[in-house]
Every structure is written in structure tokens, then in C-alpha cells.
Design a protein. Structure first.
Length: 325
């Protein structure tokens, strides 16, 4: 038991990997072998980056000890800003930069207000959720603007790899995931993030600029959400004002399912990705298994609660074993 607990706390994402393997086997059997065929995998992997990028940002922010409920709205606002600018004749590259700056500004505002006025980030970002969503609808005029025909969509949506199994968005996703993993596990900034989320007073006493670390994590979270929203808009071909609704809750669920602690300080980027993969697998697997799609949210909710309860139980068990030693 002690050995298992040590492995779990060193690699909390392993529980998600085990569950993922079990679900893949179950859905493969129930779908009569369709689940793992090339066409279905292409569909799962084609949609994963949009959810996965948001999950990466939310996971890092949760490790830092904060939440962001506005990512779903930023997911829609950033590409809407780009689309409005491009409709007016602005080149794609410039519109992209402005869109990223808008997302970063929202993240900065979330972090600054949370820290400056000691407001729970849950409240700050809940307010920003409504603000950003309202701005998205207002600037669109209620109708999605038309995207130019000369957009470099291939850079994000073209199929590549053996058997055209992956979209280019998946390549971006893997590159960003690798970079985020390196930063979190191999740099001083990553150590600062964990220390800030693990025990803020101690981190401050050690001289870590905790306020700047938190603001940086808020900004990163918003930028990744906006970038993911742009990928979805380019894939769909239309910047709908309603995209991303509910995305924030799925991203938090993905982080928790992947082993990220709600109290901060514990978690990994790969864990958040595994959680996002689980959500996509459940969504797709239920459809192929001919289960009513309305059970999807029930399954995600149950899995999230189970993950939180299991993490709490394991933590208490580890403390009890430690005290006995």
C-alpha cells in the first residue's frame, strides 16, 4: 500500500491512464471494433487540441492555486476579434497578434484584480466569463462575420502524418504540451508555480514573486484558450459567438481527473491532457456504443467527483501512514 501511494503522489496522472485504457477496451468491444479504426481516431485526435490546449492552461493555473472560469468566453472572444479585423481588411498575422494580446489582457486583468483586491479567482473569472461573452456577441452584431478566403487554414487544419491521421492543430498541440511540460518540470518558473500553489506564505518568504507568477499563469491560461478557439473557428469556417460554452467546466474536470489538486501545488501537464483525452473518449465512445448522448455530462460529473474523493482519501491515507512511521 505504501508503495502504491508513493507511486501515485509521484505520478498522479497514472490513475487517469489506467481509466483511459479500461474505457478504450470497453468502447472498442461495445462498438464492435469501430472505436479504434483510423477514421474514428482521426475524428478524436482532430478535436482533441481544442479541448487539450484549454486544459493545459487551466491545469497550470490550478497548480498555481487559482481557477479561471472565463476560458470558455475567451475561447470565443479571441477569434471573434480576429474575424472582425480580417473582415475589415486586416492581414491574418496582424489580426492574430491583436487577438492574442486581447486574450493576454483578459488574463492579466483576471490576475491583477484577484491579487490586488484579494478576491477569490472563482468570483473574478466568473464575472469575466459574462463580460467576455457579452463582448463577443456585441462586436459580432449577433451574426458571425465572414472569414476571408485567403486564410492560411492549412497551417492549423490540414491533415498530415501517416494515413492523414492528424490535423496540423495536433502538431501545434503536441509542441505546446512539450514546451509547457518542460517549463513546469525543468525551470525555476515551474518550481515557483508549484511553490506558490503549494504554500503561498512559504513561497513569499523564500523571495518568490508570487503575484507575478500568478498573473503570468492567468495570462498563459487565457492565451491558450484564445488560441484553441481560433483553431476551432478555422476548422468550422465560422466564428460563432456561442462556441466554448461549458468549455471552462470541462477543462477544470480534465485537470481534476488528471490528478491536479484543487488546493494547488500538485499536478502535471500530462495529467491535464489525459483528462482531456478521457473526456473526448467518453464523448465519442458513448455515441459509438449507441448510448443516449445526454449521459455524457452525467459521466463527466461522476468521474470528476470520483477523482476528487479518491484524491482526498489517498491524501488522508498517506498522512496516516506517515504519522505511523
Amino acid at each position: 500500500m505504501k508503495r502504491l501511494l508513493k507511486i501515485y503522489f509521484e505520478k498522479p496522472e497514472l490513475a487517469g491512464v489506467l481509466l483511459l485504457v479500461i474505457l478504450v477496451v470497453v468502447f472498442q468491444v461495445r462498438s464492435n471494433g469501430v472505436f479504434l479504426n483510423q477514421d474514428n481516431l482521426r475524428g478524436i485526435l482532430g478535436l482533441l487540441p481544442e479541448m487539450g490546449l484549454v486544459a493545459i492552461g487551466v491545469t497550470i493555473l490550478m497548480i498555481c492555486g487559482e481557477f479561471d472560469l472565463s476560458v470558455g468566453s475567451v475561447f470565443a472572444l479571441m477569434p471573434m476579434v480576429m474575424a472582425i479585423m480580417m473582415e475589415g481588411g486586416t492581414p491574418f498575422a496582424l489580426a492574430f497578434c491583436v487577438g492574442i494580446l486581447v486574450a493576454a489582457a483578459i488574463g492579466f486583468l483576471n490576475g491583477f484584480l484577484t491579487i490586488r483586491y484579494a478576491i477569490p479567482s472563482f468570483i473574478t473569472t466568473l464575472g469575466m466569463l459574462f463580460i467576455a461573452r457579452s463582448l463577443t456577441v456585441v462586436i459580432s452584431g449577433g451574426f458571425p462575420p465572414l472569414l476571408p478566403n485567403d486564410l492560411p487554414k492549412w497551417l492549423f487544419t490540414a491533415f498530415v502524418g501517416p494515413g492523414a491521421l492528424f490535423r496540423m492543430s495536433f502538431v501545434w498541440f503536441v509542441a505546446i504540451a512539450c514546451l509547457a511540460t518542460f517549463v513546469l518540470s525543468r525551470t525555476n518558473f515551474g518550481n515557483w508555480v508549484r511553490a506558490t500553489g503549494g504554500f503561498l506564505p512559504a513561497a513569499s518568504a523564500m523571495g518568490i514573486p508570487t503575484a507575478r507568477v500568478k498573473i503570468a499563469c492567468f495570462m498563459l491560461c487565457s492565451v491558450l484558450a484564445g488560441f484553441a478557439g481560433m483553431i476551432q473557428v478555422l476548422r468550422l469556417g465560422s466564428p460563432l459567438p456561442s462556441i466554448g460554452e461549458g468549455m471552462e467546466l470541462q477543462a477544470v474536470a480534465a485537470a481534476v481527473i488528471g490528478g491536479t489538486a484543487l488546493t494547488g501545488g500538485i499536478g502535471t501537464v500530462i495529467g491535464g491532457i489525459i483528462g482531456a483525452v478521457l473526456i473526448r473518449v467518453i464523448d465519442n465512445g458513448l455515441v459509438l456504443s449507441r448510448v443516449d448522448a445526454n449521459w455524457f455530462k452525467f459521466a463527466i460529473g461522476t468521474l470528476t467527483i470520483f477523482a476528487v474523493v479518491a484524491n482526498a482519501w489517498l491524501l488522508r491515507r498517506a498522512k496516516r501512514i506517515k504519522s505511523e512511521i
